[in-house]
Design a protein around this ligand. Structure first.
Ligand SMILES: [Zn+2]
Ligand SMILES: [Zn+2]
Ligand SMILES: [Zn+2]
Length: 334
């Protein structure tokens, strides 16, 4: 049908946001996601003053407990020298929310990011860039808002209202508005809360996480997000970018070019599964009991340990109904 229209020289009508205009119904969703995202970072920063988190310095394993776990499954480069035990160091918010950043585009339909122009663009969390493209106005990261739709002939753009110069960058140093939505060094920005506030913060944080997840899924049904099939790069916008920085080991054969595909929500907001620790005061998690343990997204595990109630959707994977044998029994099983 589409081909027919084009070959007959008939212009294909485009719906928002494919025509560069905002989807009005999704503007409030974008604001909801953005506000929840900031709350999520603030809440996690506060909870991490109380809930201990460990990250492996050699691989991506994260563990939420008073000590690291003893499961020998490290796949880091030097793991053979440690008999595959992890090299635990104190974790940060970035161990809980894996940072996925993308280029901020003043006009997602404008000039493509090229390898040589990549430094002209800021890198911000992909979730935040999605919110901006869906209607959230952040003065430090201006966005072109069209009043006339883009017109296309098949895949060829015939009218996008020209290229507008991007306004002069406003974010001198890091303003507080930017820090609000950045996970880096977030813990240092929020002092430890009173212990009596922890369960309330935990509940608000897990609620914020659920709002972000649900909202991002909704926005991604209309707004295009691309992910590289070879590495973790994510691009928010109708086309990928041309920066040749693909981190995949196969990049030599592709000249560092990313392989763009439509992104899934897990690529934009990685669930980052960790072991669910049922008894924080119990013995550390161990290899021989591995089959009895469940898992949960790191955000959920932190919040649940801090007193939040468990959303139903995570209960099956957390294996709450499995009886974990104590160590003596386990010795007999093994
Ligand atoms: Zn490791
Ligand atoms: Zn890539
Ligand atoms: Zn290289």
């Amino acid at each position: 049908m589409e081909r027919k229209l084009t070959s007959k020289g008939i212009e294909k009508p485009l719906e928002p946001p494919k025509n560069g205009l905002l989807v009005p119904d999704l503007v409030p969703v974008a604001y909801e996601v953005f506000d929840a995202w900031k709350l999520l970072i603030k809440g996690l920063s506060e909870l991490l003053h109380v809930i201990p988190v460990y990250g492996c310095s050699e691989c991506s394993e994260v563990h939420v407990a008073p000590t690291g776990h003893c499961i020998l499954d490290c796949e880091g480069r030097t793991s053979s020298t440690r008999h595959s035990s992890h090299a635990w160091v104190k974790g940060t918010v970035n161990d809980i929310i894996v940072p996925i950043e993308s280029y901020h585009l003043f006009d997602p339909f404008g000039r493509r990011v090229m390898h040589d122009t990549r430094f002209e663009y800021d890198r911000i969390p992909a979730v935040v860039e999605l919110c901006i493209q869906a209607g959230v106005d952040i003065p430090e990261f201006p966005s072109r808002r069209r009043s006339n739709p883009i017109r296309m002939f098949g895949k060829k753009v015939i009218d996008k209202g020209g290229n507008l110069e991007e306004p002069e960058s406003l974010h001198v140093a890091k303003s507080s508005a930017i820090l609000d939505f950045d996970t880096y060094r977030a813990c240092e920005r929020f002092p430890p809360p009173p212990l009596s506030d922890i369960p309330k913060i935990a509940q608000e944080t897990i609620d914020a996480y659920q709002i972000v997840k649900k909202g991002v899924r909704k926005l991604m049904k209309k707004y295009t997000v691309k992910a590289c099939g070879y590495c973790s790069e994510v691009h928010v916008g109708p086309w990928g970018h041309n920066a040749k920085l693909c981190g995949s080991f196969k990049h030599q054969w592709r000249d560092g070019k990313h392989g763009w595909q439509d992104a899934t929500i897990d690529e934009v907001l990685p669930p980052n599964y960790v072991w669910h620790v049922r008894d924080i005061n119990g013995p550390p998690i161990q290899s021989k009991l591995k089959r009895y343990y469940g898992k949960a997204p790191a955000v959920v595990e932190v919040c649940v340990q801090a007193g939040a109630s468990i959303p139903v959707e995570y209960k099956p994977m957390m294996r709450l109904d499995i009886v974990i044998p104590d160590t003596d029994e386990a010795a007999m099983i093994a």
